[in-house]
Design a protein around this ligand. Structure first.
Ligand SMILES: *Cc1c(COP(=O)(O)O)cnc(C)c1O
Length: 435
């Protein structure tokens, strides 16, 4: 497979180069030059096939020939080493629980796949690869876990001090080894700005090999297709499902749409958004107006200018009417999110996290317009990651799953740093040039 930049200013690269670079030199996002049809064109065709085999068939055309088959199978086996169950909540609504991985959020799948690919590619590289990533909470933990112990790769995470949940902070700061947490005295935007400055700093990049691990990277974006196949494999209803995806940067839903474009039977997609409603508005008006992010309860979706939306438009050849046929979007307020958590727990004894609750509420709105539809809501994080809102609503504390028990008493190791680019640059140079 070759990948071209959606800005069309640079020549095609293979999977290896796209993974190592992250973003094209012309600042565009990489997109596969063809969308290969997979063998799973019906729900029946998925029955009785192992997750590893499905993952291999789906990912192979995207990776070929950069990673040999046996290595790719191993990467997929390690990526999908936890359950992804489809659980019925009520007559119409199912939850695809994507939170059983090591950091309790769906980003584990993409981060584990990408880390292992980069680990494989770094074997031929003399210099260390440094993954630099800013996080509002979930990305950093998944990337840290995915890359922990991977030879030839170090991870430097910038997170906003005091603005991530306690569980998230443990996941960022208790690894040690090749994982370094920089606790930035500023907000997420400040962290992201520093990371962008680093990538634009030619002096720094001459001395260190830097790459990023956000969903712009094809090795993090594409493997997310796999769980749409695993969802359909568990689907027992007659009609293909409506799939509702809590969306922020739109990488996850875009992966689902790619799987559909390549033949997976899906009736319709719903982009569930919080108050950050650029895409909801785009579908209504045909106008795309980026905005500054608004803080909400579902903070992993607080994105004002979703980077993967250009990939979605590309799948639909920039046609608003074609996209609108296949995708709806609803914007859900924090109040609705809280009510949904409460109501679904009372009525169905099913506990949603704030992101899944946005998804559930969006699907309810869709059901209001299209009664009788049956759909899957992607539950993207474990409720325990967001205790502040969930425990308040339930009026009791939550039990910790083993993934949290394991790190609960570990010592936090982070470097406190001002929201200042020069300080971060000094840290990087002193750690990796002379360290
Ligand atoms: C990252 C994240 C999202 C948003 O996913 P995108 O691919 O950025 O749209 C939703 N929910 C949770 C819990 C997340 O961590």
């Amino acid at each position: 497979m070759t990948y071209y930049s959606l800005n069309n200013q640079t020549g095609p690269v293979d999977f290896k180069e796209a993974t190592i670079l992250g973003q094209a030199p012309d600042k565009g996002l990489y997109f596969p030059s063809v969308i290969p049809q997979h063998p799973y064109q019906s729900i029946e065709s998925l029955k009785g096939i192992s997750a590893e085999e499905i993952g291999f068939q789906v990912m192979k055309p995207y990776v070929d020939p950069a990673i040999p088959d046996e290595e790719l199978r191993k990467i997929i086996r390690e990526t999908l080493s936890f359950n992804i169950p489809l659980v019925r909540i009520n007559e119409n609504t199912f939850s695809l629980e994507l939170y059983h991985g090591p950091t309790l959020a769906f980003k584990d799948v993409g981060a584990r796949f990408m880390s292992r690919c980069l680990g494989y590619f770094s074997r031929e590289k003399k210099e260390k690869i440094i993954v630099l990533v800013a996080t509002s909470g979930d990305t950093g933990g998944a990337v840290a876990d995915g890359f922990y112990g991977v030879d030839g790769v170090d991870v430097v995470i910038l997170y906003p001090s005091g603005k991530v949940s306690p569980v998230q902070e443990l996941q960022l700061t208790t690894f040690g080894g090749n994982i370094h947490a920089l606790e930035v005295q500023g907000d997420f935007d400040a962290c992201q700005k520093i990371v962008k400055q680093a990538f634009a700093d030619t002096h720094l990049k001459e001395q260190l090999f830097l790459t990023s691990a956000n969903s712009i990277n094809v090795a993090r974006w594409l493997p997310q297709q796999m769980y749409y196949f695993l969802a359909l494999q568990q689907w027992q209803e007659k009609e293909p499902p409506v799939i509702c995806v809590p969306s922020g940067n739109f990488g996850n839903i875009c992966a689902g749409m790619l799987a559909w474009k390549a033949g997976l039977p899906v009736k319709h997609f719903i982009a569930a958004c919080n108050a950050n409603d650029v895409v909801t508005e785009y579908l209504l008006t045909g106008d795309y107006r980026s905005a500054t992010a608004i803080a909400t309860l579902s903070n992993a979706m607080d994105v004002g200018d979703p980077s993967n939306f250009v990939r979605i438009l590309n799948i639909f050849q920039q046609s608003h009417p074609e996209l609108a046929k296949m995708m709806s979007s609803y914007s859900i307020s924090d109040l609705e999110t809280e009510h949904t958590i409460q109501k679904v727990y009372q009525d169905h004894q099913y506990l949603l996290d704030p992101h899944g609750a946005v998804g559930y509420a969006a699907f309810e709105k869709y059901l209001g317009q299209y009664p009788g539809s049956k759909g899957i809501v992607l539950e993207t994080a474990h409720p325990v990651k967001f205790p502040a809102s969930v425990e308040k609503i339930l009026g009791r504390s939550l039990d910790y799953p083993p993934q949290v028990e394991k790190i609960r008493h570990k010592e936090k190791k982070s470097t406190l740093i001002q929201a200042n680019y020069q300080q971060v640059k000094d840290f990087l140079l002193s750690t990796y040039l002379h360290g």
